[in-house]
Design a protein around this ligand. Structure first.
Ligand code: HEC
Ligand code: HEC
Length: 371
């Protein structure tokens, strides 16, 4: 695992010299003090309501949703008994062919319902292609998976259940298998309030109901948003300010879950490198413009859900932030064939070099740790 990770990072480094982007100096920034920041001035401009905070610094044409507390996420309308059944199914490895892999094997509560691995390990220890996303707030997402290929949690669960590298289950046989185990039949009837026993639709419905209840826990950031202005220390407050302004993160990470739920290309698709290549959203739409795009992930609980990005490229947050600071990767065509290729991926024009100092990068990191 470690070796593969290093190889990926080296491959990424090889692409770095091609980085471009227009630097923009945040000269008009309030509270600058020489090369650093006047922190008591920052305290003052963040003392009022959220609507009075400095406006997010984003490219023209983008209007990000304002940052909002977890409490603003609507409470899911699910029957508690169905959700409880869903939790039992989520934790039960007998949903897999080998009886060894449960949803929770990869989506563990201790890691924000991710798995702390670069890419997942499933059936018979087989490595998957992608990093396991955390599931906190997943009920709010319009399109699931890194490439958005599933439109609902009910449909989504069919993916891991039958994927050869995940649970490798023959889905048509699943309901009959569960009906023979423990008291599942009775529990399904009790949860759904009528007879009918174990059916695939009920399994998917219960798993989905449970996942809709997985809201991110309220954090010190939520306390801060709610008006408790001592909830963030100086460095975290500076991180928040940079996230909104100079670092331009709110271009894509906005709202209560800190995602615009859109697809963007950050230059991490390793196009034309067979081992690591992942075409992302293109695999769903077939549109050349979607090559290398991935859904902006939520940043709630992000400090617990590394390694980060669709391919788990970054084991360290500082490495990830350094690359954002450089404007991310902007791979150039490597030969004439690639230069003519209409599918050659184009890194998002919304990204640019940021000119953050190392202190500012540490402040951003501290802010991400309170989300
Ligand atoms: C072997 C590890 C593994 C297992 C087991 C597994 N998952 Fe996942 N899960 C992943 C990976 C990897 C992805 C991302 C795949 C992708 O984007 O193509 C994912 C994605 C998801 C997503 C989409 C999240 C998002 O942000 O879009 C949901 C929801 C989910 N899994 C739920 C489940 C459920 C429910 C089960 C059990 C039925 C399950 N998973 C079993 C590894 C796993
Ligand atoms: C152009 C849109 C865009 C901007 C601007 C942006 N991000 Fe992202 N962010 C994304 C997308 C898309 C991904 C996933 C990309 C992938 O996996 O290939 C991502 C992934 C991440 C991740 C990894 C999360 C995970 O669960 O793996 C972190 C952390 C992150 N961004 C933080 C930031 C910070 C901090 C900033 C500001 C410096 C920022 N982002 C600016 C779109 C953006």
């Amino acid at each position: 695992m470690k070796k593969a990770g290093t190889a990926l990072l080296l491959a990424a480094g090889a692409l770095l010299p091609g980085v471009s982007g227009h630097a923009q100096d945040a000269t008009a920034a309030p509270c600058k003090a020489g090369k650093g920041w006047d922190l008591s001035c920052l305290r003052q401009i963040y003392a009022g309501p959220v609507s009075s905070w400095p406006r997010p610094q984003v490219p023209d044409g983008i209007t990000p949703a304002e940052l909002a507390p977890v409490s603003s996420i609507p409470v899911p309308a699910v029957a508690p008994r169905v959700a409880a059944l869903g939790q039992r199914l989520f934790n039960d490895p007998r949903l897999s062919r080998s009886n060894a892999v449960a949803c929770i094997s990869c989506h563990h509560p201790a890691h924000g319902f991710a798995d702390a691995k670069r890419t997942s390990l499933g059936h018979a220890g087989r490595p998957g292609q992608r990093n396991t996303p955390g599931l906190l707030g997943v009920g709010q997402l319009r399109a699931l998976f890194w490439d958005g290929r599933a439109a609902s949690l009910e449909v989504q669960a069919l993916g891991p259940l039958q994927h050869a590298d995940e649970m490798a289950m023959e889905v048509p046989a699943l309901a009959a298998k569960l009906a023979r185990l423990d008291n599942y039949r009775a529990q399904f009837d009790a949860a759904f309030g009528q007879s009918g026993g174990v059916t695939l639709a009920r399994i998917l419905g219960a798993l989905a109901a449970y996942q809709r209840t997985l809201l991110p826990p309220a954090t010190r950031f939520d306390a801060f948003l709610a008006g408790e202005r001592t909830a963030l220390d100086q460095r975290e407050l500076l991180g928040l300010h940079l996230f909104r302004t100079k670092a331009r993160c709110m271009t894509c990470h906005s709202g209560a879950l800190l995602t615009d739920q859109q697809f963007h290309n950050l230059g991490l698709s390793f196009y034309g490198r067979s081992k690591y290549e992942d075409l992302g959203r293109y695999l769903v739409t077939g549109e050349a413009a979607d090559v290398g795009k991935f859904r902006t992930p939520s940043l709630r609980g992000v400090a617990q859900s590394g390694p980060w990005m669709h391919n788990g490229l970054f084991p360290q947050m500082t490495g990830l932030l350094n690359l954002y600071n450089a404007g991310m990767l902007r791979p150039a065509p490597r030969n004439a064939e690639q230069a003519m290729d209409p599918r050659f991926p184009v890194t998002s024009p919304l990204l640019q070099r940021l000119q953050l100092t190392s202190d500012e990068i540490m402040a951003l990191k501290s802010f991400l740790e309170v989300l």
